[in-house]
Ligand binder design. Structure first.
Ligand SMILES: Cc1ncc(COP(=O)(O)O)c(C=O)c1O
Length: 400
């Protein structure tokens, strides 16, 4: 799309001055100057615990309130439902334990073979502790699509929760979330979406997806290392997490153990602002700017993804595992005559970061029969441009 100016975007990333080409965004993105500055200025300004008595207290308070509002805009959620934590993994373990307090031995929990282990194992472990049963939803390795038949088989009036990915961090598949939510809600289950890999690439909306909880990690979309889960406030209010006696019982603070990372929250706000400014058009409110910017980014990344896929196919001896009809710009490749790890090492030696492995997508990698070495993952990010892609394809041609 012509309103996406990648050169302008790239000028904000000091890490690009290294001359490296970054295709490792699904593992964690590079950081724009405004995010680093927000972290720094929060730390060097007067800062203390939250309150309304001193400037230092007010700065902490504003970092928290600002971050909840920013993440609410990003995730199409209410600020009161935005829970911050160290990582998506930590928050999911915490929330799974809180939810499981209400599960008995007849309860069932549905997880998918398409998910990163962060949205599988916490539920499996919580279910085991509660005596609940785990049901699995499969995906088709040929198409990469989540199986709706398998979902229907897994659901019953005993299902309490469906945990599903918004996008696979291994092969990019974006399941039809409203369809999953509709089926889950029809049996009275809650829907917990891992949008860690979706949020950097597309507009996400808790409300429109039909989900009850949606989580992301700010370091995947240009922010600092933290995790966020936004939930429907009325459901969060029904949960009773473990907490200290003097800690507030308010939602969302009830779920945020200890002192919040004010500087990371300020950095997360700056990351959301940066995304909203990628290609905002005429819109003025932040949610509308985000939607316009993410649509422009999606078009830019889709165009580059098609070029990557076309280039890889032309090389021969390459299997592309990312095949779903709707997917993120994340291409997983294996090679007939080369180990993916060797290819990754040869690229790294040429300043091209494209890692190989299974990326904690334990179940999908097994389902695809990738073996321990996994595949080469080529992930695009807001700062990826045509020259990065051509450099990658040329280097691959020299490796294979
Ligand atoms: C799809 C997906 N879910 C969950 C995670 C885990 O996120 P965090 O590092 O915030 O725990 C990742 C990290 O790679 C991921 O890609």
């Amino acid at each position: 799309m012509s309103d996406y100016d990648v050169a302008k975007v790239r000028a904000h990333f000091p890490a690009l001055e290294s001359g490296l080409a970054f295709f490792d965004g699904p593992g964690g993105s590079q950081t724009p100057d405004a995010v680093a500055e927000a972290v720094r200025s929060t730390l060097v300004s007067p800062i203390s615990n939250r309150g309304d008595l001193t400037v230092a207290q007010d700065n902490a308070e504003r970092a928290v309130v600002g971050a909840r509002e920013a993440l609410a805009d990003l995730l199409g959620a209410a600020p009161e439902g935005v829970v911050f934590g160290r990582s998506f993994t930590q928050l999911t373990f915490d929330l799974s334990r809180a939810m499981a307090k209400d599960w008995g031995s007849g309860a069932e929990v549905v997880v998918s073979r398409l998910d990163h282990d962060a949205n599988v194992r916490p539920w499996v472990i919580a279910a085991a502790a509660a005596g609940a049963t785990v049901r699995w939803v499969d995906f088709d390795p040929e198409t990469g699509e989540l199986s709706t038949d398998s979902l229907d088989d897994a659901l019953s009036d005993r299902t309490r929760l469906v945990a599903v990915t918004g996008a696979s961090n291994l092969i990019g598949t974006r399941p039809d979330l409203p369809a999953v939510a509709e089926r889950a809600h029809a049996v009275g289950a809650w829907v917990y979406v891992d949008a860690v890999h979706l949020t950097p690439h597309a507009s996400v909306s808790l409300a429109e997806s039909g989900a009850d909880f949606v989580g992301c990690s700010t370091y995947k979309f240009l922010g600092p290392h933290a995790g966020v889960v936004a939930g429907r406030v009325e459901l969060l209010e029904r949960l009773d997490p473990d907490k200290l006696v003097p800690a507030t019982d308010r939602v969302p603070e009830r779920f945020e153990l200890g002192t919040l990372p004010y500087e990371l929250m300020a950095g997360a706000t700056a990351a959301v602002e940066f995304l909203a400014d990628l290609a905002p058009g005429a819109a003025t409110d932040r949610r509308a700017r985000l939607e316009a910017s993410m649509a422009a980014l999606e078009a830019h990344e889709d165009r580059l993804r098609e070029r990557v896929e076309e280039g890889l196919r032309a090389l021969g001896g390459v299997t592309l595992h990312s095949r779903a009809a709707t997917r993120t710009p994340t291409v997983l490749a294996t090679f007939a005559h080369h180990d993916a790890g060797d290819v990754s090492r040869r690229l790294a030696a040429q300043g091209i970061n494209a890692p190989a492995g299974t990326f904690y997508a334990h179940e999908p990698a097994r389902r695809l029969e990738l073996g321990a070495g996994g595949g080469l993952r080529i992930g695009l990010a807001p700062y990826t441009d045509d020259s990065d892609v051509e450099r990658l394809l040329e280097a691959l041609a020299g490796c294979l």
